[in-house]
Design a protein around this ligand. Structure first.
Ligand code: F6P
Length: 322
């Protein structure tokens, strides 16, 4: 491997900049050229290439977002789009591609690797943490900390006014953010897409509380199966008319902010390991963390499976939510 192309793709995640820096540092360490590709696969198709050097990246280590910018690119889903991307890689003499991103980005990486003779390696980065085969994705730790901090604040006002809050968090179809932030913030109920819990169960539980303030906070993953959060709140309000109920949707605040120490370290380890695996001749894989150790696994295994929430954690969350 002589020349690596590097891109970030899909929803940005805190720690992507730290991963970019780690890849660039590793390339410099092993005397490999590296080219940044702007705006993910869109930039690969359009030839938006830029130079990167480790010294200029030190200041972005502590920044959220991605300095390479990101996009969800429809054109890369087509064969024409990928053919154009391959042509640009060839013209620039890039012989390996590092893709930092989530599920859709890794699926694109697997397709390109299958169709063209270019080495490709993925680095999992998404606040949703919904990538199979890794204990953690870059950005997830920061996002859950952001959620916990926000809920702690909402707790203050909820308690002062004796209100019951429904708080929606991100996660697409997965409940990692809701489950873990819900445990950490002491939420009274946690609704995740993976385990259907009828709204009646929740209402029944709260019916025994003297007032809404005792009920506290329900954290709701955006992909949960009880309809929209507003509907959930209004059903509850109809059934518990004495409760003062509010809804709060945390939204894109969860995607931003300075990455946590854990995310920076994870990004550093996975970024360096990705380059080392490419040097060993590996391709079509994703670097991951399993039981505290870095490892890699085939992209095909990654994109065909969904990680499951731990049943032990679900059980703990129910005990703590009393
Ligand atoms: O995948 C990250 C994520 O933030 C999801 O949690 C959310 O459903 C989605 O992206 C939002 O995407 P967008 O910023 O494109 O609206």
């Amino acid at each position: 491997i002589k020349h690596i192309g590097l891109l970030t793709s899909g929803g940005d995640a805190p720690g992507m900049n730290a991963a970019i820096r780690a890849v660039v540092c590793a390339c410099e360490h092993y005397n490999i050229s590296v080219t940044g590709i702007k705006a993910g696969y869109q930039g690969l198709i359009n030839g938006w290439f830029t130079s990167l050097d480790s010294h200029s990246l030190i200041h972005s280590l502590c920044r959220g977002g991605t300095l390479l910018k990101s996009a969800r690119c429809q054109a890369f889903r087509t064969q024409e789009g990928r053919a154009q991307a391959w042509q640009n890689l060839q013209q620039s003499g890039i012989d390996a591609l590092v893709v930092i991103g989530g599920d859709g980005s890794l699926t694109g990486a697997a397709l390109l690797e299958q169709e063209y003779p270019v080495a490709v390696i993925g680095i999992p980065a998404t606040i949703d943490n919904d990538i199979f085969g890794t204990d953690a994705c870059i950005g997830y730790d920061t996002a859950t900390n952001t959620v916990v901090e926000a809920i702690d604040k909402i707790h203050d006002t909820a308690a002062s006014h004796n209100r019951l809050f429904f708080i929606e968090v991100m996660g697409r179809n997965s409940g990692f953010i809701a489950l873990n932030a819900g445990i950490a913030a002491g939420c009274s109920a946690i609704l995740v897409p993976e385990h259907y819990q009828p709204v009646d169960d929740i209402i029944e539980r709260f019916a025994s509380c003297d007032m809404a303030g005792d009920a506290g906070i329900v954290i709701v993953a955006e992909g949960h199966q009880n309809g929209g959060i507003a509907e959930l709140a209004s059903i509850t309000a109809r059934r518990l008319p004495d409760f003062d109920i509010r809804v709060s949707i945390l939204g894109h605040i969860q995607r931003g902010g300075s990455p946590s120490c854990a995310d920076r370290v994870l990004a550093g380890r996975l970024g360096v390991y990705a380059i080392e695996q490419l040097r060993r001749g590996e391709s079509g894989t994703m670097v991951a963390l399993q039981h505290q150790l870095v490892c890699s696994l085939p992209l095909h295994d990654v994109i065909q499976q969904q990680p499951a929430l731990q049943t032990e954690q679900l059980r703990v969350s129910r005990i703590l939510a009393m």
